[in-house]
Design a protein around this ligand. Sequence first.
Ligand SMILES: NC(=O)c1ccc[n+]([C@@H]2O[C@H](COP(=O)([O-])OP(=O)(O)OC[C@H]3O[C@@H](n4cnc5c(N)ncnc54)[C@H](O)[C@@H]3O)[C@@H](O)[C@H]2O)c1
Length: 373
Amino acid sequence: MLVMQLLRGAVKHAGSSPQFSVERLISAARGFSSSSQHLSDFEGTHPPPCTDTEHPKILITGGLGQLGVGLAKLLRRRFGKNNVILSDIRKPPNHVYHNGPFIFSDILDSKNLREIVVNNNISWLIHYSAVLSAVGENNIALAKEVNITGLHNILDIATDHGLRVFVPSTIGAFGPSSPRDPTPELCVQRPRTIYGVSKVHAELMGEYYHHRYGLDFRCLRYPGIISANSNPGGGTTDYAVQIFHTAVKTGCFECNLRSDTLLPMMYIDDCLRATLEFMEAPADSLLSRTYNISAMSFTPHDLVQEMQKVLPELKVTYNVDPLLQAIADGWPMVLEDIAARRDWGWKHEFDLSELVQTMLTHITTSNQRAQAN
Ligand SMILES: NC(=O)c1ccc[n+]([C@@H]2O[C@H](COP(=O)([O-])OP(=O)(O)OC[C@H]3O[C@@H](n4cnc5c(N)ncnc54)[C@H](O)[C@@H]3O)[C@@H](O)[C@H]2O)c1
């Protein structure tokens, strides 16, 4: 009876609100009628998720940041160039524009986002748009808009169209009261940045939609990601990317974190491979929907020592930014990722020495190429 009342109310309400999905309410009503139902019970109410035998059609939002272009390259190699659409609100550089489908998409424009999903028959959505930690603390209104309102648009559209959706979280989703060495999957999460708060919100909303509506929500907590060919977007771990470029160019670097600041980090190839493997993992192997992934932890001092094995002249000074240091001091030092290794076979390949050698080789080669042209 309660279910019928809910449905009648929903149909009435649906006429007045384009955001409102009757399909979703039917799912919710089913959830009400038997709270112990399994996810498979929801299957009839959504378009079937893409099967493992067919290639997914993938949309990446916020794809022109540090991670999106590299992920598009990896996914296109795996699923075909035209099956992966990169999107952003910025104009792509020529090499990105010519390398595969690119489309303008503002995640705050949910009608346009829905059109893109429908018109392109999207089955996987990789949601990379975000305002990162350091930028977010300087523009809280923007961080709230993009990281929270934008996420709601993504989850609603993904639910309505039966998508598999990936939303990255971060070590910034933990805070000073979380255990920091190591930081387990499940523990107190009381972050003190708007970035962290919005990512905890994303984890919880995604898991809620998963349990309530059967959304195939998948979330990895990335450590600080280090890449040679793409610039970081204003996070607290950016020093670990900038140091390579500046060191190769000038032989010196001014670090904005204290030399003993221990943080979890990962080379971009490991991060992107983890994302693909996690997206391909069979749903029944995932005992959780939000996983930590980890590769290594180091301090600026450790990194400098490793770099000096290759660049013995490298000189590093420290000029600590109090805002960034306060953020870093509340973040995990070591991220525990036992569950990811157990459930879907996560395994990192790059440790600190491989990271340093690979970064220096990439940067030196691309600088030489730039000089030659
Ligand atoms: N890079 C890291 O070290 C790291 C670590 C942990 C988690 N993450 C997460 O991974 C994701 C990708 O990170 P990244 O480093 O590539 O970020 P980035 O800051 O480099 O890029 C984010 C992109 O989002 C776009 N964007 C901003 N507002 C938008 C809007 N309204 N609509 C559409 N696009 C919009 C920006 O133009 C930018 O290209 C983010 O969700 C981030 O929180 C990154």
